[in-house]
Ligand binder design. Structure first.
Ligand code: HEC
Length: 154
């Protein structure tokens, strides 16, 4: 009896929680933090590969494959954080207003980046070191291409 009551209570609490998440709007400041966190992780996993591609770190195909797989998920995460509600955020941000005035271009830069990551994933399975290094460089370029246009320079 008691157990049933607890279960019923749990179901209610879970239900309420889900409804809340679905209906409450996320605060713009939180979204800015989250998109920056996704970017930080992208750098965390691309950085070591970049060092390998430049010959500054020993090449390790296993790390390339692992980090490429992480990037393949991360490359989808930041974008919903660039919600129009974050335009006038009080949070510290380097996002430029062109993100909202040229949404198609911003989207194109995301797609370009995601296909570069897909190429890297494919290359990481090829066993071909030169191919992997070239694919790493292409991903780095796709990050930079977006930053050049959509991120404030410091
Ligand atoms: C489609 C555009 C786009 C692509 C692609 C992109 N970025 Fe960014 N990135 C941005 C924008 C815009 C910001 C600024 C976000 C802000 O400050 O709110 C940013 C911020 C960052 C930051 C700073 C985060 C912080 O804490 O302020 C890092 C690091 C970063 N990007 C790394 C990367 C790396 C590495 C890649 C590629 C693997 C990448 N980005 C791909 C647009 C992009």
């Amino acid at each position: 009896m008691r157990f049933k009551l607890i279960l019923a209570g749990l179901a209610l609490a879970l239900g309420a929680g889900l409804t809340l998440t679905a209906h409450s709007q996320m605060k713009p400041e939180v979204m800015v933090k989250q998109r920056q966190a996704a970017m930080t992780l992208q750098l965390k996993y691309l950085g070591p590969l970049f060092a390998m591609a430049q010959g500054k770190a020993p090449f390790n195909a296993e790390t390339v494959a692992r980090n490429a797989a992480y990037l393949d998920v991360l490359d989808r995460m930041a974008w919903d954080g660039f919600d129009p509600s974050t335009k006038d955020t009080t949070a510290t941000t380097r996002a430029l207003p062109v993100i909202w005035s040229e949404p198609a271009k911003f989207k194109e830069a995301q797609t370009h980046f995601q296909s570069a990551v897909s190429e890297l994933v494919a290359a990481s399975k090829s066993g071909d070191e030169a191919k992997m290094k070239a694919a790493i460089g292409a991903v780095g370029k796709s990050c930079g291409a977006c930053h050049d246009h959509f991120r404030e320079k410091r």
